[in-house]
Design a protein around this ligand. Structure first.
Ligand code: URA
Length: 426
């Protein structure tokens, strides 16, 4: 039977299931240009509106994996385990987590992306370290995994190229939010990377893709189901992203905070989530006799961090970039800090220069926000609540207005911060 793009679009538009053959054909055709951009745009919108069931989503993922090559990362003598976060504000967890899990005996291949919009990208953060290089060859990734145990680097061009093209198209056609498309996009890259086990950190709240726990759970279940269909061991945690993680938002500021954590200090929420995710990763990797909390305070993870940075040309002792303008935002009255909205803080940091509007834009490594007060703390009028770091002084007046909206001061302590880990899907 001949398949045509119009028939595939019509079938999904009318709410039908797509067959394996239709999915294989349309994904391969889009990758090689036989299926036009406008046809894939229409299909992506039909999928967003009509959905795909678990079998269709697993096949779609397989077709995206088959559009490129798989990385063979085994043979290091250590179990391979990775973590993926759906992205949030101040989410620097990969930076302490990868060296920590490597220090506990696993190999962590973290192929990562750059940030777009109000959430930061792991590569952007690491690129604030002088000399550090994101692009590695397959051979370099393998060698570093064997020698150091942890690699954080850019995804290679041959890894799920269909996803690279489709993600860019979804970004400009309002079709990013489809759960089967998000799940297959993330999982195709992770399966093609060749990890043996995967822990997913699905963020929930104003600063996340998924604003409600129900949608986040749906995404976690969709990704877990794809993992099972591909024989990948997988656990997902749903974690709070209604307030930023830690006290630093912005590339170099987040690297500095991660190093504090690796030295045994740092904010309690960053430490808690790092250790919890490490525990989940080690359990999936079959490493049961090591306590990641103890390894973190022992300094062993910090040693791996230094090797991991140096192996990619970075100088772990170099000073990080500092912004020319650092200005406090003070409390307008006495009260208790009830909350600090993650989305507003993410957008404010982005406007200070920490993020990019288009994927080709540069980011300013020094720009960002440092939070000086935790939710639940009492403050007095005039006390600095946060610091704005920027090299664009002209944006400061309007960013001040944005952050004033982000911060809520109340008379009485209200609720405690929501628990960091809201749910677990295995
Ligand atoms: N991250 C991805 O890699 N893909 C998506 O579709 C959304 C977030």
């Amino acid at each position: 039977m001949t398949i045509s793009a119009v028939d595939v679009i019509r079938a999904k538009r009318d709410g039908e299931r797509l067959s394996d053959e239709q999915i294989d054909w349309v994904v391969a055709g889009y990758t090689d240009g036989t299926v036009a951009e406008e046809q894939m745009s229409a299909l992506a919108m039909a999928i967003l509106l009509r959905g795909m069931d678990g079998t269709e989503t697993a096949r779609w993922t397989q077709a995206m994996i088959d559009s490129g090559d798989r990385l063979a990362l085994g043979g290091t003598g250590r179990p391979l385990v990775d973590k993926h976060s759906t992205g949030g504000v101040g989410d620097k967890i990969s930076l302490p987590l990868a060296p920590l899990v490597a220090a506990c005996g696993a190999a962590v291949p973290q192929l990562s992306g750059r940030g777009l919009g109000h959430t930061g990208g792991t590569l952007d953060k690491l690129e604030s370290i002088p000399g550090w290089r994101a692009e590695l060859s397959d051979e370099e990734i393998r060698a570093q995994l064997a020698e150091v145990g942890a690699v954080i680097c850019a995804t290679t061009p041959r890894l799920a190229p269909a996803d690279r093209k489709l993600y860019a198209l979804r970004d400009v056609t309002a079709t990013v939010e489809s759960i089967p498309l998000i799940a297959s996009s993330i999982m195709s890259k992770k399966i093609a990377e060749g990890t043996e086990a995967l822990v997913l950190d699905v963020k929930v709240g104003s600063g996340a893709f998924m604003k409600s726990p129900g949608r986040a759970r749906e995404l976690a279940v969709a990704m877990r189901d794809i993992a099972s269909a591909h024989g990948l061991r997988c656990v997902a945690l749903l974690t709070d992203m209604s307030v930023p993680l830690g006290r630093a938002v912005g590339n170099a500021l987040e690297v500095a905070e991660s190093v504090e954590v690796l030295r045994g200090g740092g904010p309690a929420d960053v430490v808690e989530l790092t250790v919890r995710l490490a525990g989940e990763m080690l359990a999936l990797a079959g490493i049961e006799d090591v306590d990641p909390g103890e390894v973190l305070v022992s300094g062993a993870a910090h040693d791996v961090w230094r090797k991991m940075i140096a192996a990619q040309g970075g100088d772990p002792d170099a000073a990080l970039p500092v912004a020319r303008h650092v200005e406090p935002v003070v409390a307008e009255r006495d009260g208790v800090l009830a909350g600090c909205d993650a989305y507003e803080i993410g957008v404010a940091a982005w406007r200070l220069g920490a993020g990019r509007a288009r994927k080709e834009d540069p980011v300013d490594p020094a720009a960002g926000i440092r939070l000086l007060v935790d939710p639940g703390e009492k403050v007095v009028a005039g006390q600095p609540l946060l610091e704005l770091h920027t090299n664009r002084p002209e944006v400061l007046p309007s960013v001040r207005e944005d952050v004033a909206r982000a911060v809520t001061l109340v008379d009485e302590p209200s609720r405690e911060r929501a628990p960091l880990v809201l749910d677990r899907v295995s």
